[in-house]
Design a protein around this ligand. Sequence first.
Ligand SMILES: Nc1ncnc2c1ncn2[C@@H]1O[C@H](COP(=O)(O)OP(=O)(O)OP(=O)(O)O)[C@@H](O)[C@H]1O
Length: 359
Amino acid sequence: MAQLDIVDVGHAYAPGIEEERWALKPLNLTFESGKTYALVGPSGCGKTTLLNILSGLVRPSQGQVLFDGADVTALPTKARNIAQVFQFPVIYKSMTVYDNLAFPLQCRRWDRARSDAKVRQVAEALDLHDRLAQPARGLTADDKQLISLGRGLVRDDVAAILMDEPLTVIDPQLKQMLRRKIREITEQFRPTVIYVTHDQYEAMSFAQEVLVMKDGRAVQQGTPEQLFEAPSSTYVGYFIGSPAMNFLTVDRDDRNFALGGRTLSVAWDIPHGTTAVEVGIRPEYIKAVTEPGPNTFPGRLRAVSDHGAQRVLEVEVAGQLLRAKTPREEGVPDGDDVLIHLPRAKVLPYADGQLVLQS
Ligand SMILES: Nc1ncnc2c1ncn2[C@@H]1O[C@H](COP(=O)(O)OP(=O)(O)OP(=O)(O)O)[C@@H](O)[C@H]1O
């Protein structure tokens, strides 16, 4: 597997338009060998364009694509040695499962014994070992998608596996299972994987590193934990997490903050000269409490909704609506008057939509 670098890569589908309207604004990225990455963002943010630039389907308007340091920008897809998994499984329906998996190795003239061992190893990992003799035609969509993935995994020489919304045609009940399977397999075989999805949950549960995109820009790259704990912008705070991060307007007197006239104690300093500040806090960190104390604020319970094992409480505090996500077993507060606690360490400052912390 290879390290993929994109160096000052940008792309406009219509030549000559101003950079602000490019599908992908010039950017630099490194995808390390053996790691799994998710490109996530709303429709039209440039995920597929970036993936297609890596695969060679799109030649970027500017910049270079490097595979292990070698410039592949001008090379067609075939010459890049990548495996691709698309929204719809691409398999040979008339061939058996075995032959589908063995086909890429036959094309590379692997000897029979080596190819057989590899096909069986991958089939075992994919749980397809008991169906190797079956024609692929009769398999379910999730098994067909596993074959598409398997065809990439059998090849030792593949630089990267690129996946474009691979769970789109999978039944909702099977999605979770297939996602887990893909994750297990990538942990076992450690390919470089770049996975495009518009589903933040899919991205966060699958990838080691998540790249959040907006309007053709990469706005934050980090581990799922980093994106959850410290979104670099309100955009990432809204996009990642369910419900989204809460953002509150607070009263401020220099470095002192207050909410509804009560002190909001915070764990950070903001850079000198920072003007309007709002604070962000994840719903998971807000608790309804019974005893007043530091950083507790009175509110009014407006709604409660069930999210399976968890509940979301909508509480109005100082004229603003906050969402708190609580485990089901914690129950619902008695009455509409509630007290909520905002843990000091989990409150983050944002100015002009960007995280601002004193370095
Ligand atoms: N072949 C094309 N010709 C012209 N414009 C295109 C083409 N492909 C994509 N675009 C435009 O480029 C921008 C980025 O599209 P892209 O498909 O990369 O986004 P995306 O994040 O993958 O979206 P989606 O999730 O809907 O596929 C969009 O404005 C889109 O309309």
